[in-house]
Design a protein around this ligand. Structure first.
Ligand SMILES: NC(=O)c1ccc[n+]([C@@H]2O[C@H](COP(=O)([O-])OP(=O)(O)OC[C@H]3O[C@@H](n4cnc5c(N)ncnc54)[C@H](O)[C@@H]3O)[C@@H](O)[C@H]2O)c1
Length: 353
């Protein structure tokens, strides 16, 4: 098997998780990572990965800080088929020309605009439309969760319209000392918030409106949805549609998982790397259906949810898996994703049907 040669540019919250996930893929090789950091964040990668300097200034600074630099980003690009750009918002778009010159396919992240790549990606929704493309953008953590959950209900013929409220985390844990929100809530200054329109870059036919606010906590987002169904339905029908869809896992208040912190603790107890949760965690016992309306609540682990999508995006661009199901089967099995965190074992090797 010819393995896909991958680079990760930007070894931060998302990049370091993508790098670890690439290592687990039987059909991929991680050639190296690039960054501009000179401190513990990049020093922790030394010895695990070949480290490249993303800019000339960074090259000098990294060497001066004692980081053994293998070469420049251009040296790295010359050796790979695909680069995953996980640099901060808007830095990535400036890298595009560099990737095009090197004739390397590129996976961007949700901080970039849909217009930058002309394609936005969530594996289970539109993998096939990314096959062979030069680049795509894995949509943000919140948008990924919306496409997975609402998409599942729409595919089951149940969803007419969705209205949601999102309580977002204030900042990522590693940079909490740099500032954050303390003892208040900060509404996004626009209704609809951007996640609804962003969902339409992947599922244009979804009637969805979002309102969002940032809370004072640092880990995970929490969504609250009111769903207009296409018809009167039972609670079991809604739950069955969610259970049948990939990358959604149930949690239950009845199990003591009563708040965001308990799910976070559970992920650590399950031995997840960094305590990550790649699935959307839907509170099964809160799913409520009254006539033709449904209500549900779920939790999004923002630092991890886009990692499996990024792995699938690499396979789509390189056409190394022909469809979403075959790519997701490998990704989900290698990461150890689950359909239920407490009731069932990890997804077996052959994946879901
Ligand atoms: N943090 C999240 O929860 C989250 C979730 C989903 C998507 N995203 C998206 O993922 C992308 C990356 O976000 P993040 O949170 O991982 O950022 P981050 O700040 O944690 O990491 C970015 C990394 O890029 C490095 N960097 C900065 N400038 C660079 C340059 N010119 N060249 C190479 N490396 C450079 C930084 O040193 C850092 O290590 C953004 O588009 C973001 O919107 C973030």
């Amino acid at each position: 098997m010819t393995k896909t040669r991958v680079a990760v540019n930007g070894y931060g919250v998302i990049g370091k998780r993508v790098a670890d996930a690439v290592l687990l893929q039987p059909d991929m090789v991680l050639v190296g990572i690039a960054d501009v950091a000179t401190d513990w964040r990049i020093k922790a990668a030394v010895g695990r990965f070949e480290v490249y300097a993303a800019t000339d200034e960074a090259d000098a600074a990294m060497r001066a800080a004692g980081v053994p630099v293998t070469g420049t980003l251009d040296d790295l690009l010359a050796q790979v088929d695909v680069v995953v750009d996980t640099t901060p918002k808007h830095v990535a778009a400036d890298n595009l020309a560099r990737y095009q010159t090197a004739e390397v396919k590129a996976v961007f992240q949700g901080g970039e605009s849909h217009e930058t790549t002309g394609h936005s990606f969530v594996a289970q929704a539109n993998y096939e439309s990314a096959l062979g493309r030069a680049m795509t953008r894995v949509v943000s953590c919140n948008t990924t969760s919306i496409v997975r959950v609402l998409g599942a209900l729409q595919d089951a013929g149940l969803l007419a319209r969705a209205r949601g409220v999102l309580i977002r985390r204030a900042t990522d844990p590693w940079e909490s000392h740099l500032g954050g929100i303390m003892n208040t809530m900060v509404p996004e200054p626009k209704i609809p918030s951007h996640q609804g329109p962003d969902t339409n870059t992947v599922r244009p036919e979804l009637d969805v409106v979002t309102i969002a606010a940032k809370g004072a906590h640092t880990q995970t987002h929490n969504h609250y949805w009111t769903l207009q169904l296409t018809r009167t339905a039972t609670r079991e029908e809604v739950i069955d549609a969610l259970r049948a869809a990939p990358r959604i896992a149930f949690i239950r208040m009845a199990d003591g998982l009563v708040a965001l912190n308990s799910t976070i603790e559970l992920m650590k107890d399950l031995g997840r790397p960094r305590g990550d949760m790649w699935e959307v965690a839907v509170w099964e016992d809160l799913v409520t259906v009254v006539g033709d309306e449904a209500y549900l609540t779920y939790q999004v682990y923002n630092e991890a949810i886009v990692v499996p999508e990024t792995i699938d995006a690499i396979r789509a661009l390189t056409e190394s898996a022909p469809d979403a199901a075959s790519s997701m089967k490998i990704t989900d099995a290698t990461l150890g994703m689950r359909q239920d965190f407490l009731l069932q074992a990890a997804i077996p090797e052959q994946g879901r049907s």
